[in-house]
Structures are given as structure tokens and as C-alpha cells.
Design a binder for this molecule. Structure first.
Ligand SMILES: NC(=O)c1ccc[n+]([C@@H]2O[C@H](COP(=O)([O-])OP(=O)(O)OC[C@H]3O[C@@H](n4cnc5c(N)ncnc54)[C@H](O)[C@@H]3O)[C@@H](O)[C@H]2O)c1
Ligand SMILES: [Zn+2]
Length: 452
């Protein structure tokens, strides 16, 4: 029996005194009312069955209701060209998947409205194009240009954005907030949108290589807190990430290297072909800033970015909320957050990640997971990508402290991703202190003096 608006008082009392066997209820909607049923109802066009369930267990002390409500997130990662060309609809409607909804939107005479946050540097370079885009599309818009640096990646900036969003006024359902910039900008704006009216859709437009292949692809948002990286945040994906590689042409060379570190991470963990492309064409990718042109008829920029995104999506999509703590994408991220925060702003995120990866390659070698030749190939590839492979502040004490901290937050296991060959990896929980010390010594011996 279920309690519906027409349920009598006697029936209610019967519910009250029912014995303790757990009961699984389905939820059915007829007209506008949802009712629980203890049998799965037959399909019927007048009824709607929810994918949620209520499980009820009554004991002497009282009743426990367990709500099982699967929440599905659907988001799009869209490659496009000429995103800021007014004839390109993607910036305005790329996130709308339902053709009917798109039609409604396009035929609505009401003026579209967009709130945009841009990284200050990106605004200087592309602000006028963004303004022209919205003007020529007759969109009511407000562009907020902010110094979204790692040092400013804070709750204060989130609140500041929210104040402006609130003043401007947006329709939470149909007017997504747009973030245009690097990973810092996208992370801050994503968090602000996730908080505004509990979940306002947002759109990510990455303008750095790192955010193009990494920060844009997943669900995480965040800001730094209590001197810890990304301590406050949410797992709410954007409605869409809109990828246009042409933004990368204005990136400083160091920022390209920075993004290449995250790409190399995916290559080392899962894709030997990607590693070989980076090994062979790393310098070319740096010089061409990932703009389209071919080497020996191979469109290297297009292929490497695509593989990096697909491999990343493969790892993230089944584990969007990181319920499973065994994550290959954590490679290079066990020690690096402590290093990055310690020396801020001396090292970029990808640089700190690369130093961590270089050390872990020595750990893998020490454990016999990599051959000497494989180790050297990886280190040489890192150097060709113009990434640092060693840092004086990456001390053994820092390693031990970071791993102890990880134990606390990872269910008592280190969960250390290590390469077991080129483009292959596994997660290990049994790297002992002696192995770490030997690896650390060898790493310092071979790489501290600028190497080779
Ligand atoms: N959410 C996630 O899943 C995720 C994943 C990886 C990294 N991150 C976060 O991303 C951040 C790092 O991102 P980032 O490396 O993009 O750094 P960033 O956002 O600081 O951008 C790097 C620099 O490049 C400049 N810039 C950006 N686009 C430019 C362009 N097209 N031309 C010229 N200059 C440009 C910026 O002004 C900045 O100075 C970190 O805070 C990290 O925690 C998040
Ligand atoms: Zn990272």
C-alpha cells in the first residue's frame, strides 16, 4: 500500500504498525501526483515511472527510509572552429541538445542574455571579439574581466562573481554563465555557477592547452582554501565545454609546455601511441602552438588533443564523482599539490605535475616496472617538452608528508599510479619507504644537475 492524497486514516495507521521487513517502493506519477508502489507498474502512457526508489524499513525504534535517486549528468565536449565568428551558433546554443528545445529558443522573440567571465589577459586579447559576437547576435550581455590567477583562486572571487551575476539577473534554466579563460577561470566560475540558485548551468571555453585537454573535460570545479589547492569545490559538470584550438596561438610557450605535462600524463598512463607522437613531435607542437598544420601529412595537433581528451573522458566518465579512489589520472598529482602551493607562484600546475611524474618514473624503475631505456625515453621526452624534471623543494620529507596525507584521505591506501611500461599503468599500494628513498637518491643524482 502507498500513501496517496486519497489514503484513508485507517490505511495510514496500518502503515504505522507494519512489521519490519524492508520494502522497496517504485515511484509512479499519474497526472501531477507521485505515489509509491511496491510492485513495478506495467507500462502505460498515462503513468510515468521514476528511476528513483524509496526503501522502507520499520523497526521498533522507528522507520528508516532510504532514498535511491540516480542523478544523470549529461554534458558535451564540443570541438569547434572560429567560435567567436558571429555566424557560429555554438557559443550561444551549442549546449542545447534537444532539437525541440533549440527550436523553441530560436523562435523566442525575447532577447538572449549572457553573463560572461573572462580571464583579464584573455579579455585583452579576445574581449573585443567576444563583445562583437554578442553585439552582432543582439545578445544582452555583461562581460566581467577578472585577474583569475592561482593566487586569486579563492572564495572571495566566487562571491564577487556571484554579486555581479545577481545584479545582472539571469534565468537559471536558459541563460548559462560563460567562462572564457584558463583552468583557474573555469574552475572559479564553475563553482560560482554551481552555487548560484543551487545549480546554474555554465559553459567552459578553455583558452590554455591545459584547460583544453584537462580542466574542461571533467566535472570538477574549485578554489583554494586554507592554503590547500582546490579544497572547496563541487562535482558539477558544465552544460558544455566549447573547444577552439585557435585560442592557443597567443599562449606563451611556457604555458604550452604546462599543458603538455597533462597530455604526457595520459600518454604514460594509457596510450603508447600518444607518447610516441609527443616523443617525436614535442618540439613541433611547442613551436606551432597546436595550430593546424601537418608533419609528414599527420595532423599532430588535432590527433594529440583528441587522444588526450578521449583517454581523459574514458577515465572520468565512469567515475565523475570520484567515488572510486583508484584513479590513473592522479598520476603526477600525489606530491605535486604540496609542492605547487609551497613554491607558488614559481611553478605552474603542469610543471609541478611533471616533477612529480619524473620522480614517480624513478619509483617505477626502482620497483622494476620500467626498463632503464623506458625511463630514459620518458625523461628525455619531458625535457624535449621543456618541462622541469626536478626541483629542490621536492624533498624526501615533502614526499613522505604528502603520501601520509594521502593515506588519510584515500581510505588508508596510497593508491599510487605507476607506469608499468610505455602507455601502461597500474595502481600500487605497497611502495615501501626503502624503495622511495632509493628512488629519491637516484632521481637527485641523475636529474638535479640539469641532467644527461
Ligand atoms: N577542474 C579540473 O578538472 C582541473 C583539471 C586540471 C587543472 N585544473 C586547474 O586549472 C588551473 C591551471 O589552469 P591553467 O594552466 O590553464 O592556468 P591559468 O588559468 O592560470 O592560465 C595560465 C595563464 O595563461 C593566460 N592565458 C590564458 N589563455 C591565454 C591565451 N589564449 N593567450 C594568452 N594567455 C592566456 C592566463 O592569463 C594565465 O596567466 C589550476 O588551478 C588547476 O587546479 C582544474
Ligand atoms: Zn592536473
Amino acid at each position: 500500500m502507498s500513501i496517496s492524497p486519497t489514503t484513508s486514516m485507517d490505511e495510514c495507521l496500518e502503515v504505522q504498525h507494519r512489521e519490519s521487513k524492508p520494502i522497496q517502493y517504485y515511484l509512479v506519477q499519474v497526472k501531477d501526483t507521485w505515489t509509491r508502489k511496491n510492485r513495478k507498474p506495467l507500462k502505460n502512457k498515462n503513468k510515468r515511472l521514476s528511476s528513483a526508489e524509496i526503501h522502507e524499513c520499520t523497526e521498533e525504534k522507528g522507520t528508516t527510509w532510504t532514498v535511491v535517486s540516480p542523478i544523470v549528468f549529461t554534458y558535451q565536449v564540443i570541438e569547434t572552429q572560429n567560435l567567436l565568428d558571429p555566424s557560429n551558433d555554438v557559443l550561444l546554443t551549442g549546449h542545447v541538445r534537444d532539437p525541440h528545445q533549440l527550436q523553441v529558443l530560436q523562435s523566442n522573440p525575447r532577447r538572449l542574455k549572457r553573463f560572461v567571465v573572462m580571464d583579464e589577459t584573455v579579455f585583452k586579447l579576445y574581449g573585443s571579439q567576444v563583445t562583437d559576437y554578442f553585439k552582432s547576435r543582439n545578445v544582452l550581455h555583461r562581460i566581467l574581466s577578472l585577474p583569475t590567477t592561482e593566487e586569486n583562486k579563492s572564495m572571495e572571487m566566487v562571491i564577487m562573481i556571484l554579486n555581479e551575476v545577481h545584479k545582472f539577473g539571469i534565468d537559471r534554466r536558459t541563460e548559462p554563465i560563460i567562462a572564457i579563460g584558463g583552468g583557474v577561470c573555469l574552475d572559479i566560475v564553475g563553482l560560482a555557477a554551481s552555487l548560484y540558485r543551487r545549480r546554474t548551468p555554465y559553459i567552459r571555453v578553455p583558452t590554455t592547452l591545459l584547460s583544453y585537454i584537462d580542466a574542461s573535460v571533467g566535472a570538477k570545479t574549485g578554489v583554494n582554501f586554507a592554503n590547500c589547492k582546490n579544497k572547496l569545490g563541487a562535482y558539477i559538470p558544465p552544460a558544455a565545454a566549447l573547444l577552439d584550438r585557435s585560442f592557443l596561438q597567443t599562449l606563451p610557450r611556457r604555458q604550452i609546455s604546462n599543458g603538455l605535462a597533462e597530455m604526457l600524463k595520459m600518454a604514460l598512463m594509457k596510450h603508447q601511441g600518444l607518447f610516441e607522437l609527443l616523443e617525436q613531435h614535442g618540439q613541433y607542437l611547442l613551436n606551432s602552438r597546436f595550430q593546424s598544420s601537418n608533419v609528414d601529412s599527420t595532423p599532430v595537433a588535432a590527433i594529440t588533443t583528441k587522444v588526450a581528451i578521449v583517454t581523459m573522458l574514458e577515465e572520468l566518465a565512469p567515475n565523475l564523482w570520484e567515488d572510486n579512489l583508484d584513479r590513473l589520472v592522479d598520476f603526477g598529482h600525489l606530491i605535486s599539490p604540496e609542492l605547487e602551493m609551497k613554491v607558488l607562484p614559481a611553478l605552474l600546475h603542469g610543471e609541478a605535475v611533471n616533477i612529480d611524474m619524473a620522480f614517480m618514473v624513478y619509483v617505477a624503475r626502482e620497483r622494476g616496472l620500467l626498463t632503464e631505456d623506458e625511463k630514459l625515453r620518458i625523461v628525455n621526452c619531458m625535457l624535449a617538452l621543456e618541462l622541469p624534471v626536478w626541483h629542490g623543494d621536492f624533498t624526501l620529507a615533502l614526499v613522505q608528508r604528502a603520501l601520509a596525507e594521502r593515506l588519510k584521505h584515500s581510505g588508508g591506501l596510497t593508491r599510487m599510479p605507476l607506469p608499468t611500461g610505455l602507455g601502461r599503468a597500474e595502481i600500487f599500494n605497497d611502495t615501501d619507504d626503502e624503495t622511495l628513498c632509493h628512488a629519491y637518491e637516484r632521481w637527485c643524482d641523475e636529474l638535479s644537475s640539469g641532467l644527461r
